[in-house]
Design a protein around this ligand. Structure first.
Ligand code: IPD
Ligand code: CA
Ligand code: CA
Length: 264
């Protein structure tokens, strides 16, 4: 696709940065709407998504746009599309917990070729281009070299929107991993968990039933930093459905997989 060749990662990153800056400058009053159990959307989510969608459309109108806060049923998955979570960590945002990010990825023929994760409160912008590495503020990233789960710091998420259905298995998995690793972290942002695995700050992360916008940018960050990402059975993630996700330095992923309830 000719249009993709002219797409400049810098320009896309600038759109994401500008979205963050306008949020930080204007800080709209937080109107909160409930989408489901423990699931909220604020004006900030909607405004950031619209700002970035419009910016990307002017850069490359041919590329479709999938975003958490819109209806995505017309997306043609055989053609390129953006996958965006305008605020990953909305519950954190509502509580002023200051651990949220913008996550944006480009999917072409079923593969993520570009991803950016921008922390809303720290000066940290992660990005990766397929075949060109993963970067944080211009510094190349590598996953950790930890080989023993007992020395691993593991991020996880509690699948909060499916408490009744998944809560028991989520905490059974958590217990099995916790008793075998160094410790567990729960940041409240699956995308940041993945970025921090790419940066080697955590050795792996896992969570059941994430949406494509939670994990799309994280996949390329982890892979370009030398790690791997799959579902709980070891299969590649899909971008048209919810997936159970494990991302890590590659070695620790396998140690975790053997301790989860869902296994081959
Ligand atoms: C959520 C966050 C959270 C994770 C949930 C996600 P949202 O995304 O990533 O950490 O546990 O599963 O849905 O709703 O804040 O965009
Ligand atoms: Ca999310
Ligand atoms: Ca979100």
């Amino acid at each position: 696709m000719e249009a993709l060749k002219n797409l400049s990662p810098e320009k896309v990153i600038n759109v994401v940065r500008a979205a963050k800056n306008q949020y930080l400058e204007k800080k709209p009053t937080l109107e909160i709407y409930k989408k489901g159990e423990a699931d909220f959307v604020t004006q900030v989510d909607v405004c950031i998504q619209e700002f970035v969608r419009a910016g990307l459309e002017s850069l490359c109108p041919e590329i479709q746009f999938m975003g958490e806060e819109k209806d995505n049923h017309t997306i043609d998955f055989s053609k390129p599309f953006w996958i965006m979570d305008p605020v990953d960590g909305t519950t954190n945002l509502i509580h002023d917990f200051k651990c949220s990010c913008i996550s944006l990825a480009l999917c072409v023929h079923g593969k993520i070729v570009f991803g950016v994760i921008c922390h809303l409160y720290l000066n940290e912008l992660f990005y990766a281009i397929r075949g060109k590495g993963a970067w944080l503020n211009g510094k190349r990233l590598s996953v950790s070299r930890t080989t023993e789960l007992s020395q691993g710091l593991i991020c996880t998420g509690t699948s909060p929107y499916y408490k009744k259905e998944l809560g028991a298995s989520v905490f059974e998995d958590l217990k099995n991993v916790y008793f075998n690793c160094e410790d567990i972290r729960r940041t409240g942002s699956a995308a940041l968990d993945m970025a921090w695995v790419a940066a080697g700050r955590a050795d792996a992360c896992f969570e059941r039933r994430l949406c494509p916008w939670d994990f799309a940018a994280g996949i390329i960050l982890i892979e370009e930093a030398g790690g791997s990402v799959s579902d709980f059975l070891g299969a590649p993630l899909e971008f048209y459905k919810k997936c159970d996700v494990i991302g890590g330095n590659g070695i620790i992923n396998e140690h975790i997989r053997t301790r989860l309830l869902t296994k081959k």
